[in-house]
Structures are given as C-alpha cells and as structure tokens.
Design a protein around this ligand. Structure first.
Ligand code: SF4
Length: 358
C-alpha cells in the first residue's frame, strides 16, 4: 500500500470491519505481534507437561509466539470471530442430563469450521486487495502454530477466562476464532480487562478437574483431549468422570455465567447434522465404519478416527444405566478387531457386571 497515513489506515480498519460483518464474522480486532508474555506462559505449560502427547504444541519453537518468524513481514494479526452455538443453552444442560444419549461438543455437531472460516477469511482478504491493491497476508483457522486466544485477547475481542477460552462480555464464549497475519500497519486495538473476578465456577464444574489452577489447563485430564487428540487408552480413573461425553466437552462454557449472554448462531453450517445432538449411545455404537465415514463427512468428528469414536462410546456406555440395549450393544463389540476398543468394551461390560474380552 503506497499511502499509509493514519486517516487512511483508520478508514481501512473500518472497511475491514464492515466487510467482515457482511461475511458473517461477529467481531474483528487488530493486535500487534508482541506475544512474548503469552510465549513465556506457553513454555512453562509445555515444561509442566500439560500438553500430554500433543507434541506439535512444542514442535514449532518460537514461531508460535513470534508471528513474523512464521510469516516474514507480519506487522499485525487481525482476529475474527464466528458464533457457533447451535441451540439454546438449556438444551445443552438437558443433553448432559441424559446419560443414554451421547454428548458431542457443540462446535462439532455441524460442518467442520476450518474450511468454512478459511474460505471467508480468504474472501475478506480478496476484498481488501480489491480496495488497496496487493498486500502481504496469510489466513489461519486453528491450522498452524498460531496463538489464537492471546491474539484475540490483545485485539480486544475478549479476555482469556480461567477456563482458558476467550470471553466476550456481550456474547460469551461460543465462537470460533480465525486470523489474518498481514504487513498492513493498522492501529492495534486495546485489550479488554479480565472480568472473571472471584468466580471459580468452571474450575468447580470441570468433570475431570482439568483446570488445575486459574488459567491453567492440564490437557491430560481434559475430556476434549482424552476423547479427540488422545490416540491411546483413556486412563481408567478418568473414565467414570466422563459420563456421556463422547467427543469433547462444553461444561466449562455451559456453566460460565458470562454465557448467559450467549446468542444462538444463525450460521446454518453449524446446526446439528444426522440428529447427532440426541442420538442414543447404542445406535451410535452400532455404526459400522462405512456409516461412520458417511455421517461424519465434512465434520470435525473425523479427528478422533473410527476406533477413537468406538473407544469413547464404550466409555459412555459403561457409564450409562444398565439396560438390555446397552449391554447388548457392548456385547456385540466384545470381539472387535482393535485391542484398544476391546479393552474399553471389557471395562464397560464390567461396569454392568458382565464379562468382556481383553
Ligand atoms: S466460569 Fe467464572 S472463572 Fe470460569 S471463565 Fe467463566 S467467569 Fe471466568
């Protein structure tokens, strides 16, 4: 861009805000690239081993918190949010109270957000280029070593709550975050203050005690990690605590008082598909791999893999009330080829006082 006077940059920021809104983004903010404080916290978190087997969290070194090392020439990181809450909050609480149906984290009920948001960010960058000519940029959605939460915090989109999610005072925390790294020297926004105050609700309600201190999450205990990122067995002491959560967990958001301001998303893409918000555990467990592949096409549910899906369901079935349907579903998988699935099925059958095969 040849003319970078302050007035032009303010005008450009306003134009980006308008374009972002027209593309379905709920909020937009600009951060500078100084993430050293967040980087120090990350290094401590890694040193404490809280990332578990997510070695990729450590793999990129300083590039994660030095944006210009990841994309040379970066001067600013633009953050954007997209609301995804697909149904009223009360329905989420009702779903948790229904142990015979699987609870899936609400971000994963509809279409995979990665492509959806990336396309919109790309469209936004193209619109900016139409206005000002070619400029340097790269778009991200949870797809590279990017510190999206600290960046959103610096950009004034909310504060990082004690549960480690970003909270917007007017909308709660049910949103995805995407970024554009750019060489445009836009004015950085001001971060907002932390409004958690003396509240500790998320720490108290976390089923597995994964928030080990305010603002510190031990991923190894977090149900999202255990049911999605984790490729191995779920530790036995944690299995009874997982209840009916078969893919991720929303408890820290469901019970956060700031989410009383949460609005339902009007993005059709994030509405539940295939009745996944209320299907009986034994029905989900009976899906063969071809059915699972077809029902999870274009969905974030693919991340756990078919074996991981069955492992998670076996745990939930082990936690469900004993019925003929539950026991029958587990017995039908007693000799499943995967040893990991068999181990979880045996554990679940034992919970119903039935023998399994390891
Ligand atoms: S539940 Fe309370 S402590 Fe936790 S993030 Fe929400 S406001 Fe902060």
């Amino acid at each position: 861009m040849s003319d970078t006077t302050d007035a032009k940059l303010v005008h450009l920021s306003n134009a980006i805000r308008d374009e972002a809104r027209s593309l379905g983004f709920a909020s937009f903010g600009v951060a500078d690239i100084d993430l050293e404080a967040a980087g120090e916290r990350l290094e401590q978190w890694l040193a404490d081993g809280y990332h578990g087997a997510m070695s990729y969290m450590a793999a990129h070194g300083t590039r994660r918190y030095r944006p210009a090392e990841l994309v040379p020439g970066t001067l600013r990181c633009l953050s954007f949010t997209v609301d995804y809450l697909p149904e009223p909050m009360q329905r989420l609480r009702d779903a948790l109270d229904k142990p015979s149906a699987g609870y899936i984290a609400r971000y994963a009920l509809g279409r995979d957000y990665h492509r959806y948001i990336r396309r919109r960010l790309q469209a936004l960058a193209s619109r900016i280029a139409e206005r000002i000519g070619p400029f340097g940029y790269r778009v991200f959605t949870d797809s590279a070593p990017v510190m999206e939460k600290p960046l959103a915090g610096k950009a004034g989109l909310g504060w990082i709550g004690k549960h480690t999610n970003v909270i917007d005072r007017s909308r709660g925390s049910w949103f995805f975050i995407g970024e554009i790294y750019t060489d445009l020297p836009l004015a950085a926004d001001e971060p907002v203050a932390d409004h958690c105050g003396s509240c500790t609700r998320c720490i108290e309600v976390c089923p597995t005690g994964a928030i080990v201190a305010p603002y510190v999450l031990d991923a190894r205990r977090c149900i999202s990690y255990l049911t999605i990122e984790n490729r191995g067995d779920i530790p036995e002491p944690l299995r009874p605590l997982i209840g009916n959560r078969i893919f991720g967990c929303d408890d820290c958001q469901i019970f956060c008082p700031w989410n009383r301001f949460a609005r339902e998303s009007d993005h059709e893409a994030f509405k539940p598909r295939h009745g996944l918000d209320s299907t009986a555990l034994e029905t989900l467990f009976s899906w063969d791999e071809a059915t699972w592949l077809s029902r999870t096409e274009g969905s974030a549910l693919r991340r756990t893999g078919y074996e991981g899906w069955l492992r998670n369901l076996a745990v939930a079935l082990g936690n469900a009330p004993t019925t003929d349907a539950v026991v029958g579903a587990l017995e039908a998988r007693r000799d499943f080829p995967s040893a990991m699935v068999r181990r979880h099925v045996a554990w679940a059958l034992a919970r119903h006082h039935r023998p399994g095969t390891n």
